[in-house]
Design a binder for this molecule. Structure first.
Ligand code: PEP
Ligand code: MG
Length: 800
């Protein structure tokens, strides 16, 4: 046999070396040697090979100890697993590092220190198992990482500890579950220069959207201090989303900013001079100052820099693998130099493997009021008895099918997580360990739910719902729910464009898999209601509203210069998410169409909204936009739209004006839009009008002079044609879009639109509810039809 090689510098490692250095080190070596040249900074280091591991195992007679302890192991027996795992780890920890191996490690360390121009380099020692970081199973966090290791003794100790961590209880259980032989898996340790993120920041980035698998965004998580706080779910980090295609065109498309409640960070525990410590205890967790919690960890420049590297890394690994490889990447920011680094990368293993043939949707059957809320993971619903566990040691109180409730779950919890109907944790964000593992297990999970351990009682029935976009909810009781599987095949030969109605940004990515032609109606009210929450005039004059509202406005706008900036940014980001999901298909965004009573419900709204006897026919739609008392608010809507199209580059957004009663109104609104930088025809901007008032039909050819397209609002058109209040239960039996009078108006406006060469579509409810109505529209020659996402596939099939 050739002389065994115990240490190899990153610069000499490639992906093909996985068998001797594990997935993590191989990826680091590949990036260090290949991607550095493309401007991606990866800290230097070296790998302690699996040959070193085997030499350690043989020298200390560990093979037999492993065999003896794991014979006939039942991983469901938590007690047995714990005692056997402990026995193996103790044997590892009392093992001697063979002299030859120790000598090589120290040689590698000396030469790294020399390259870094220091006497004893400050390093991270990471485990890299041969079976981990494969494209199909993540093994995320199964083995240990030791940070801020400095000096020879501590380094040898950290390597030994890494070796032992191949036999943590969770790693043993994970291998059993995934069918790996304990004696065929080996561990390599990566020794890498520390980035001083203890005084800077760190986090994780994914090159796709982790809940839905949507591939066109980069998701960046960030918090202060060492990256372990994000990986382990100690904090709810800041979150940023970047849209790849528009970034590639040079736009600053950071299309989402979410401020986390980062209250803790992990920093160095000792000045580096204390070298005699063991590898444990070199870091500690401390509180973050209140003022720093409400500051963004990264600025847009930094987010875009990371995102560009993310795209480059994904591209590189995809080329090497000859298939698309979304990546899960750890980054760090050096607090001294302010520089960013990539410290780790591995293939993402869950969202990227979701079936593209079906869309699975979970929906609660009944409306209910949630008792708690947090960050949704996994898009499913689960229910059962809540089991509150203070630590993984209480595992044996947990029964399969219960809902696990914990402060946070580190990898020791995996055996329980696997048996849970759902998981709720008080801490954590989208990329914490609990989130990663539950996604992989397919268990619905809500993380970052403060107070869950107090509010939920041990043994109570709960339903955990992660199905509704970004927010996850916990309900009391067992609620019934549906699971629907929709095949995603588009019928061939459709003459009419089929679009969907999406107003809630949170469900945009999950619906992006539908084979449709874009979004026919994005109601801005939904974004205002769900995301922005503040009345635009209250955002402009917060000092005018009452104390309670002012406090709410202040809290919501933390992280922004003022409530106005908050309003415009959050509105723009909501629109952008929908536009990005369907880029570069058309996305028709309608300016706000609340009624006065609905505007009044926004925070601070009561002060600015009159009370109307008949809001449905009152101050709504176009009539507000040019009115001096709403005009400043409409300017904010325009500013958000402009930001989406011009700063984010999402020029697929078409703007639509609702409830425009007269041609004169149309002219006035277009004038106000021009004043606010939205000029029809400039930078490709198209402006549409809703056709939902009989006057719009009667004077269609006149209106057509001012707009690029029409979209029929059959909901209002029916109400106004038949004189039936659409909200009244008393006359509900008279409300029917299929009434010949309504159909006659629809036929008429389609004809007029054809005559004036104006595009004509429909976005009201009728074709989603009545397939025969959809057929009627096709017969009349309508250009496009916008349907509810849940009915789009079924209706599409019947249109042929
Ligand atoms: C309509 O009136 O048909 C329409 C789509 O608008 P809304 O339902 O929002 O009034
Ligand atoms: Mg309407």
């Amino acid at each position: 046999m050739n002389n065994p090689i115990f240490c190899v510098p990153f610069s000499k490692l490639r992906l093909k070396d996985i068998p001797r250095i594990g997935g993590k080190n191989a990826a680091l070596g590949e990036m260090f040697s290949r991607l550095k040249a493309r401007g991606i900074p990866v800290p230097d280091g070296f790998a302690v090979t699996t040959q070193a591991y085997w030499s350690f195992v043989e020298a200390n007679g560990l093979r037999q100890i492993i065999k003896d302890n794991l014979r006939d192991l039942d991983v469901e027996d938590a007690g047995g697993l714990a005692s056997r795992g402990k026995a193996i780890r103790e044997a590892f920890m009392s093992g001697e590092m063979p002299e030859k191996v120790a000598r090589e490690i120290l040689k590698g360390y000396a030469s790294l220190s020399q390259r870094l121009n220091c006497r004893t380099a400050d390093v991270a020692v990471r485990s890299s198992a041969t079976a981990e970081d494969l494209p199909t199973v993540s093994f995320a966090g199964q083995q240990e990482t030791y940070l801020h290791v400095q000096g020879e003794d501590m380094l040898i100790d950290a390597v030994r500890k890494c070796f032992a961590s191949l036999f943590t209880d969770r790693a043993i259980a994970y291998r059993v579950a995934n069918g790996f032989d304990h004696l065929k898996v080996a561990l390599s340790a990566g020794v890498q220069q520390m980035v001083r993120s203890d005084i800077g920041a760190a986090g994780v980035m994914f090159t796709l959207h982790t809940e839905t698998g949507f591939p066109d965004v980069i998701l960046v998580n960030a918090s202060y201090g060492l990256g372990e706080s994000v990986v382990k779910g100690l904090v709810n980090p800041d979150q940023y989303l970047v849209h790849k295609p528009t970034m590639a065109k040079g736009f600053r498309s950071v299309i989402e900013h979410r401020l986390g409640n980062k209250h803790k960070k992990i920093i160095y525990a000792q000045p580096a001079a204390h070298r005699l410590m063991t590898a444990d205890g070199m870091t500690k967790t401390v509180s973050i100052d209140a003022k720093d919690r409400v500051r963004w960890v990264l600025n847009d420049e930094e987010v875009l820099q990371l995102a560009k590297w993310g795209v480059e890394i994904e591209k590189y690994f995809s080329q090497t693998a000859k298939s698309k490889r979304p990546m899960d990447i750890e980054w760090a920011k050096d607090g001294k130099s302010g520089k960013l680094f990539i410290v780790q990368a591995r293939p993402e293993t869950v969202a990227s493997q979701k079936s593209k043939a079906f869309m699975e949707t979970y929906r609660l059957k009944a409306a209910a009021r949630p008792i708690l809320q947090g960050v949704a993971v996994g898009q499913k619903i689960g229910a059962g008895k809540a089991r509150l566990l203070k630590s993984a040691k209480e595992m044996n109180r947990f029964k399969p099918g219960e809902v696990l409730v914990a402060h946070m779950t580190d990898p020791d919890w995996v055996p329980v997580m696997k048996q849970a109907a759902a998981i709720v944790t008080e801490e954590g964000g989208r990329t914490c360990h609990a989130a990663i593992v539950s996604r992989e297990l397919g268990v619905p999970c809500v993380v970052g739910v403060p107070g869950a351990m107090q509010k939920l009682k041990d043994g109570m029935d709960v339903t955990v719902s992660a199905e509704h976009g970004e927010e996850g909810y916990i309900y009391a009781g067992i609620l019934p729910f549906d699971i629907k599987r929709t095949p995603l095949k588009r019928p061939s030969g459709l003459k009419t464009q089929v679009m969907i109605n999406v107003g809630n940004p949170d469900i945009a990515f999950e619906n992006a898999v539908l084979p449709v032609d874009g979004v026919g109606l994005a109601r801005m009210e939904f974004i205002l209601n769900e995301h922005v929450k503040i009345h635009p005039l209250a955002a402009l004059s917060p000092s005018k509203v009452g104390n309670r509202e002012r406090d709410l406005i202040h809290k919501l706008s933390l992280g922004y210069r003022n409530p106005k900036e908050y309003f415009v940014s959050v509105l723009a980001e909501g629109i952008a998410k929908i536009a990005a999901a369907f880029y570069d298909k058309p996305v028709i965004v309608r300016t706000s169409d609340f009624k006065t009573n609905e505007y009044a419900n926004l925070i601070g709204g009561k002060l600015f909204e009159p009370t109307e006897a008949n809001p449905m026919l009152g101050w709504r739609g176009a009539s507000r936009y040019y009115d001096p008392s709403y005009r400043p608010a409409f300017a904010l809507e325009c500013e958000a739209l402009r930001c989406v199209r011009e700063v984010f580059g999402l020029s697929n957004v078409i703007v639509m004006i609702p409830f425009c009663r007269t041609v004169e109104e149309a002219k006035q609104v277009l004038g106000v839009m021009r004043e606010n930088g939205l000029r029809r025809g400039v930078k490709g901007l198209q402006i549409y009008m809703m056709v939902e008032i009989p006057s719009n039909v009667i004077l269609a050819e006149e209106f057509a002079k001012y707009f690029d397209g029409f979209s029929i609002g059959s909901n209002d058109l029916t109400q106004l044609t038949l004189g039936v209040d659409r909200d009244s239960a008393l006359v509900r039996h008279l409300y029917d879009e299929r009434n010949p009078a309504v159909k006659s108006l629809i036929s008429a406006v389609i004809r007029s639109a054809k005559k004036s060469k104006t595009k004509i579509g429909i976005c009201g409810q009728a074709p989603s509810d009545y397939p025969e109505f959809a057929k009627f529209l096709v017969q009349e020659g309508i250009d496009s039809m916008s349907l509810n996402p849940d009915t789009a596939m079924a209706i599409m099939k019947r249109l042929k």
